[in-house]
Write a protein that binds this ligand. Structure first.
Ligand code: KG4
Ligand code: ZN
Length: 336
């Protein structure tokens, strides 16, 4: 089975061809970073127009790199939500058009489900497992029981963790996107200099909160008489340390609950752009070690937004006989 996947829900235009032997035959991604950078964040209207400009040629490139034609496909999958609605429309309409013209099944993919199933594509792991999804738009802990079968253990009650990194970077004049910049300058910083809060630490459950942390960073900066490179480094390091400790605490709770419900403590899969952060990865390694569980992080290009994960979700759903009608309406919100 060979499936074409399309991803247009945020600021990456992506198309990919994946087959049911878990082979990624092609996976080109076009980042719109340069188009959004002058605005310090993603501008939905610019994103949608850019997807429209680039998607058709990118699909042809994906097919070409995979050495397949439309006639070789067994299905077309596109992100149907959640995401920026203008962009989702572009991808969904394209996928429906191809499906209609070629008489192929169409799969509307929940973007979060695609992140959740990526570890099955990259590592072939079996259900169930625990997922920590940490990106710019999402922050949640989910038990992945099967295709379409998820138990949400917790999520952020305000900002997503990537969003907190991006906002902190702005407060520290580090530019956009903020996560990699915060990590870079934090390397030379003292994580103990600023006593930032650890929101939710020690509370029962698996929810997160990051907006107070961001406010504390702002106040710490305002409290300084001057602001030199070392101050930015120390604040970035203190922020990153606080985030890591909070995520570790929430993951410990989730692993405990998963153990009770499934009789095993993991594995814990971490996905999303923030999974690139080395401090976070090191902290999570310690956490799973304490629970005798494995930590699995898909390679970075498959952790961040891409269409291979969309195509793979198409494979998983089509194998179960699941597809969607051509009157599917894109969903700006679509909880797992
Ligand atoms: O998954 P992703 O590429 O896009 C979505 O949000 O769906 O994640 C992007 C987020 C941004 O907020 C970015 O600042 C953050 O991931 N990020 C990082 C790092 N690299 C990217 N955060 C912390 N440390 C990093 N090294
Ligand atoms: Zn994503």
């Amino acid at each position: 089975m060979i499936v074409l996947g399309i991803e247009t829900s945020c600021d990456e235009t992506a198309a990919a061809v994946v087959d049911d032997t878990r082979r990624i035959r092609s996976n080109p991604v076009l980042s719109q970073l340069d188009e959004h950078r002058p605005f310090g964040g993603v501008v939905p209207e610019i994103a949608a127009r850019s997807h429209l400009d680039h998607l058709d040629s990118l699909i042809l490139r994906a097919l070409d790199e995979a050495d397949v034609g439309f006639g070789d496909l067994d299905g077309v999958a596109a992100t149907g939500g959640p995401g920026l609605i203008g962009g989702v429309f572009v991808g969904v309409m394209m996928a429906k058009a191809i499906a209609a013209a070629r008489d192929l099944p169409f799969v509307a993919v929940n973007h979060l489900e695609a992140h959740a199933l990526t570890a099955r594509l990259t590592d072939g792991i079996e259900f169930p497992y625990l997922l920590l999804l940490v990106s710019g738009g999402h922050c949640q802990l989910v038990a992945v029981n099967g295709v379409g079968d998820y138990t949400r253990y917790g999520g952020t009650v305000d900002d997503a963790v990537g969003e907190a990194f991006d906002k902190t970077a702005k407060l520290l004049d580090l530019g956009y996107p903020g996560g990699p910049a915060v990590e870079r300058v934090a390397r030379d910083g003292d994580p103990l200099r600023f006593a930032l809060p650890r929101p939710m630490l020690g509370r029962p459950g698996c929810d997160f909160s990051f907006s107070g942390l961001k406010t504390a960073v702002r106040q710490a900066r305002q409290g300084l008489d001057s602001f030199a490179a070392q101050d930015a480094a120390d604040l970035a390091a203190s922020f990153q340390q606080a985030v890591a400790e909070v995520l570790a605490d929430r993951c410990r709770h989730a692993l405990d609950r998963f153990q009770q419900e499934h009789g095993k403590a993991g594995p814990l899969v971490v996905a999303g752009g923030v999974a690139a952060n080395r401090t976070l990865r090191a902290t999570l390694s310690e956490v799973v070690g304490g629970h005798d569980a494995a930590l699995l992080a898909p390679p970075l290009p498959l952790c961040t937004d891409n269409a291979a994960m969309i195509a793979w979700t198409g494979v998983e759903r089509l194998r179960l006989g699941l597809s969607d009608p051509l009157d599917f309406a894109p969903r700006p919100r679509w909880p797992l």
